[in-house]
Design a protein around this ligand. Structure first.
Ligand code: ADP
Ligand code: ZN
Length: 739
């Protein structure tokens, strides 16, 4: 009946093409089918995204043939991709590509095969093996491993037998081993032995939350639940039992966790409850592993998916529940087109597929809490830790007083030094946290902690080195760098940025505590795939006294012997040139504090700061989310920021600064008359990170009650607007980072 197919080709062309469906393929082709089509003078791969009776084009070509038997993309997921393309102003094929992992797309429906190394008959010859032992002991070791374990995939062999590809190759060259294809599902957890876990009897707060969630699963009343539970309140057990409920009804589930929280610990908890029903999708999988895991889901063998951001698009049929853990995490936002936020798209997928969505966190984003507050989402609250273990006591150390007393600035305050010393003596563990994501170009007075801020926008001003000025990147206001600290009580001439990094902290800690075993954990030291797992293992077994790190260690980790958490410099995140700086700081402090006192001993948290009375710091100290929200919401409402308004950030970049600026000015001028009254438009201004890889960046910030009030007119304008060839642009809808 349908004769025309709309096809998105796997090339960057941002449009759909019409093709005729040949009669003999009509029964086979469906929405989501991957097809080969004639394209220009050659051929292209594409996906059918829809059918039509007629086309506005004449002389259509025929679809050549389908690739694979079953459509790779579910119709529902494809619909979601198109919604994303529209909402986030991204090319359709980019959105389609986002919902289908590269590993799956490239291999199509190829049989699952991988090369395994196995021994030949010759390896059974004792004389040959004896000779090998003397001559090449390393090869012999591999041979022994293979004898014991049988055929082993190359990667696993390298890892498990601690050998090199060269050694394995030598073994093959001697005719002792061969590589051969084997069709087995690559299970990334094959070598782990996971004990099954039983459901725990729930605490009352967990039981109440579970009841709200299962009701949502069964009736979609409400369709989305915000699970607001303090760190250690037992959210994961609630997820597990909610999924159990979903499985008993024969339905599937997706659990999203931030990539950084995809620690073995988290995954193991899901594995041990649901065993083979779990598929895991995250960035550390090899292409082969990802391909296999994805197909286990596609074939309906695994009905529960745990993974990072893009796992949201897993082809789980008959979804009953989507869980977004740590919903406030900015890592749910993708920083290339489509710039989607997996949390928000999860809510949309749930809506489209009649499936409940749970957003879990100890520190709700303003957006989610606001939605719960006004009744759009349900709210389940878990204010206590499991077994009523006490929340850690948080102490704020005023580094200004510290500097005044000591006459100079130390990385570690006396309080923190003493506290660490105590832990070392009692053989308890310490986590030291430095948020390096802080923005290095804010101006901070080292004496009083004063930060240069924009009067109009209440964000930290950014120091622009080239022009030697301070700039507000929200409104574009520019001013000279003051010669002395602007704080009338201070007037210190040393007003400048005083930076510290994790490396420096490591040096200081090593010097102050020469006997302590200190390990630094940040993206510089954790370059190897397994080092994260190894360091955490060492920490757990007590081989490390002090773990020092960035964001990486702030979340999700659960170490009973950690009784002290020190935050070296809380102001770093406060001084980001971003209106969310307060929210981020509150979240970070609360999350970091959550690492302390997971065992039987009450934890202690020491926060060093130059701005001890900042509302975000104080609210975190008192563990008082509600008052933080009230205060923050008032400020956001006044300035028409999210969650009250949506924010769209338009960035232009190019090597010619004048041209970039001029183009953005022109674009802004032409856009403004097309926008409605409710849209707030800033002036074009250099981005806080004004130059990247030789390209100048300028931004335009737009705010509106509904993003379509911005993206609609913007899309229309961009159709006719002449963007110079050497100027690139990016649109970020619901932008989270304004750098
Ligand atoms: P959250 O995710 O809210 O930070 P977790 O789910 O990690 O909290 O729970 C903290 C600890 O409490 C975990 O070790 C977990 O196994 C344990 N736990 C959770 N629920 C219960 C329960 N009902 N009874 C006993 N222990 C529990
Ligand atoms: Zn400003």
């Amino acid at each position: 009946l349908e004769k025309i197919a709309r096809v998105v080709v796997d090339l960057a062309l941002d449009r759909e093409f019409d093709y005729r469906v040949p009669e003999h393929l009509a029964a086979e082709l469906r929405i989501g089918s991957q097809v080969l089509v004639p394209f220009g003078h050659s051929e292209a791969r594409g996906y059918i995204v829809g059918f039509a009776d007629r086309s506005t084009f004449e002389k259509l070509k025929d679809i050549k043939e389908p690739i694979g038997k079953k459509p790779l993309i579910e119709e529902s997921v494809l619909g979601l991709a198109r919604w994303m393309a529209d909402y986030y102003m991204a090319p359709v094929e980019r959105a389609v590509r986002t919902v289908l992992p590269g590993a799956v797309r490239r291999k199509g429906a190829a049989p699952k095969q991988r090369l395994s190394i196995m021994l030949t008959d010759r390896a059974g010859d004792a004389a040959v093996v004896d000779a090998l032992r003397r001559r090449a002991p390393r090869q012999a070791a591999v041979l022994d491993y293979l004898k014991e374990h049988g055929p082993t995939p190359l990667q696993a062999l390298l890892r498990e037998a601690g050998t090199s590809a060269q050694t394995v190759r030598a073994l093959q060259q001697h005719g002792l081993a061969v590589a051969s294809a084997q069709s087995v599902a690559r299970d990334p957890f094959a070598e782990l032995h996971i004990l099954p876990s039983e459901r725990l009897p729930l605490m009352p707060q967990q039981a109440e939350s579970l009841a709200i969630i299962t009701r949502s699963v069964d009736t979609l009343q409400p369709p989305v639940v915000l699970l607001f539970g303090v760190t250690g309140s037992g959210k994961t057990e609630v997820y597990l039992q909610a999924i159990d409920h979903v499985r008993q009804r024969g339905r599937g589930a997706i659990v999203l966790v931030p990539e950084i929280a995809l620690t073995p610990q988290t995954v193991d908890r899901f594995r041990s409850r649901f065993q083979e029903e779990i598929a895991v999708l995250h960035s550390e999988l090899s292409d082969g592993e990802r391909h296999d895991e994805w197909h286990r889901v596609h074939d309906g063998k695994a009905r529960i998916v745990v993974g990072a951001r893009s796992a949201l698009f897993a082809p789980v049929r008959d979804l009953g529940l989507i869980v977004v853990d740590e919903e406030h995490e900015p890592t749910y936002k993708q920083d290339e087109a489509p710039r989607y936020n997996a949390r928000d798209v999860a809510v949309m997928r749930g809506h489209r597929e009649g499936c409940a969505v749970v957003l879990g966190t100890a520190t709700p984003s303003l957006e989610s809490y606001y939605n719960a507050h006004r009744g759009k989402y349900g709210l389940a609250v878990m204010p206590h830790r499991v077994d009523h273990r006490q929340m850690p006591a948080m102490r704020v150390v005023d580094m200004r007083q510290e500097a005044a007393r000591e006459g100079k600035i130390h990385v570690l305050s006396a309080d923190l030094r003493n506290a660490i010393e105590d832990r070392l003596q009692r053989a308890e563990q310490t986590i030291l946290f430095l948020n390096r994501r802080g923005f290095a170009t804010s101006m901070v007075c080292p004496k009083c902690g004063h930060v240069a801020r924009c009067d109009q926008c209440s964000v930290a001003m950014t120091y622009h080195k080239k022009r030697h000025t301070l700039l507000c990147h929200i409104c574009g206001h520019e001013q000279a760098v003051p010669a002395v600290c602007p704080n009338p009580e201070c007037r210190d001439p040393a007003f400048r940025y005083a930076g510290i990094g994790t490396q420096r902290v490591e040096e200081v800690v090593a010097k102050v505590f020469p006997k302590a075993r200190v390990v630094r954990m940040d993206s510089d030291t954790m370059t190897r795939k397994d080092s994260y797992r190894r360091v955490l293992g060492d920490f757990r077994t007590g081989k490390i006294d002090i773990l020092l790190g960035t964001q990486m260690i702030a979340k999700g980790l659960d170490f009973p012997n950690v009784t002290l958490v020190g935050v070296i410099y809380a102001d770093l995140s406060l001084h980001m040139p971003d209106f969310r700086a307060g929210e981020r700081t509150f979240q970070l402090l609360t999350q970091v504090a959550g690492r302390a006192g997971r065992g039987d001993i009450v934890g202690e948290v020491i926060v060093q700061t130059y701005t001890p009375f900042h509302p975000a710091v104080q609210a975190a100290r008192r563990l008082d989310y509600a008052s933080f929200f009230d205060q923050e919401a008032e400020f956001r409402r006044e300035l028409s920021y999210p969650p009250f308004f949506h924010l769209v950030c338009l960035t232009l970049r190019g090597v010619n600064e004048e041209k970039v600026k001029l183009t953005l000015d022109t674009l802004a001028r032409e856009l403004k008359p097309r926008l409605g009254q409710t849209v707030v438009v800033s002036d074009a201004a250099p981005a806080p990170i004004a130059r990247v890889k030789g390209q100048y960046r300028y931004q335009l910030l737009l705010r509106a009650p509904n993003p379509r009030l911005i993206t609609g007119p913007l899309r229309e304008l961009l159709k006719e607007f002449k963007m110079p060839k050497d100027v690139g642009f990016a649109v970020d809808v619901d932008a989270l980072s304004l750098l």
